[in-house]
Design a protein around this ligand. Sequence first.
Ligand code: BT5
Length: 272
Amino acid sequence: MTSDPAARPPLDKSRLTSIGSDEIPDVTIEVVDSAPSTNALAVQRAQEGAPDGLVIVADHQSAGRGRLDRTWETPRGTALTFSLVLRPAVPTRSWPWLPLLTGYAVAKALTAQGYEVGVKWPNDVLIGDKKVAGILIERIETSEGPAAVIGVGLNVGMRADELPVPTATSLAIESGSEPDRTSVLLSVLSTLREAYDAWQAGGDHTGLRLAQSYASACVTVGQDVRVDLPDGSVLTGRASGIDPGGRLVVDGPEGPTPVAAGDVVHVRALDQ
Ligand code: BT5
């Protein structure tokens, strides 16, 4: 592993900006050296008319955003921080699937590289019980119609003393060697594009199929959970599944209760 963070190589800009449609179809990558938040930049690009499939990746992100005003911190050279502009052709009521689909695709790409990965509903990717990636989705209106901006933060090369929080981990910590960020990005984007295209092409049964695949990769299903809701109330019960709308079904005091990703502050396993 590289011991001097300053010596970590930058992203391979010429490789990323020259990928062809035979490698990853319908994706164009823009690399910036530094940005406060790639999501903010992607929102700006979408409002300027960026098409479906634009990816903005920052070599360093200085003021990363999490959900609900939380922050996302990554030392330079140690992480992937990128955002995609998507203009899904499916009805907006199906869009709650986007963060789940993204987490599922990130997990699938990392699993293919030998990591033991799970997804925590709605937007975390875990190795063991530690968070290796987080996802932030924003829906915006543009003059070309509604767009989604999906941000992904993936911890690649951080050493234990570089982790922003003790609940985080990185690919380097899990594998004992520091993977190349450019290759990891290309493999995640390729898996994500494939999952996104399948979702868009899938028709009426997509929700059901996705719910089954997602549930099988989801560590939350089967756990006793505490869900904190925005009005301060708390729902506790056994997480029993994912419904066709991408909502987590919690068997609470009033029976099976679906909760939507946009409506939860926290979901925690009761034994943690
Ligand atoms: C998320 O929020 O997990 C969404 C993170 C999305 C980050 C990407 S990076 C590219 C794009 N541009 C942006 O500005 N954002 C997106 P949430 O579930 O709210 O989790 C945030 C919490 O995770 C923080 O409060 C910390 O506890 C923890 N955290 C912060 N940095 C972390 C890291 N690098 N790894 C693991 N956990 C982290």
